[in-house]
Write a protein that binds this ligand. Sequence first.
Ligand code: MF3
Ligand code: CO
Ligand code: CO
Length: 275
Amino acid sequence: MTYVDAASAPARKNGQIKLHGPAAFAAMHKAGRVAAQCLDMLAGEVRPGVTTERIDRLACAFGREHGAWPATLMYRGYTKSTCTSVNHVVCHGIPNEKPLRDGDIVNVDVTFIVDGWHGDSSRTFGVGRIPRRAQRLIDVTYEAMMRGIASIRPGATTGDIGAAIQTFVEGHHMSVVRDFCGHGLGQLFHDEPNIVHVGRPGEGIPLKPGMLFTVEPMINLGRPHVKVLADGWTAVTRDRSLSAQFEHSVGVTDAGVEIFTLSPGGIDKPATSAD
Ligand code: MF3
Ligand code: CO
Ligand code: CO
């Protein structure tokens, strides 16, 4: 980012959806790659007995070694480099000293700022051997995200993304969380537009080349309802059912869509072993 760019970039949401050019796409690929590489590294660290605090420290160190700053650190009072959401935690789980246990599932969400641009991605990992229903939830959640992304092209709408996700998930008798959504990003962490993970084809905002946003569906085995715990962050399923999430940062192109956070190691969907 040049000083001129920095001076002209709005520091807050202003209701306008920004359209970005090739330089921004190159910068987003760079930021997205650090997030994806970090998740590749963490895939080898998630196992029974490891704490989410350790995962958080590893992610922070990885970012610093790659010229990246964790966007969540000191963001609205949040003090960690990652969100680690275990089992019935839907999102924004705060890393802590409790060891992961065999059979848990954990979503690790990282956002790195590189040269002023944000790369935001998450994957859900299985810890040791996980139950079949947890495996099914992870499979459906990953496929739902990818179906949402596959619907993106100029002229499609945000409703098309939501419809692709909702139809697939509800067809598997699972539910889509409504309370949290994907978001525009770039030089801001959370920008316009909101990407809701439910919807009807043709509704919502028309997609245009140059838009940058995340697709990050949270899917529950039970009902969609969530509540936020007293810490002000941790969102859990009201019925305590299992919840999973995947997230990619993407850009709309003339041809369709580019994913900025693809795994260099080809492990976008982590290997799991199920009973
Ligand atoms: N990375 C999350 C997202 O996908 C946001 C986390 S904000 C935090 O948008 F403060 F909870 F870390
Ligand atoms: Co996000
Ligand atoms: Co995220």
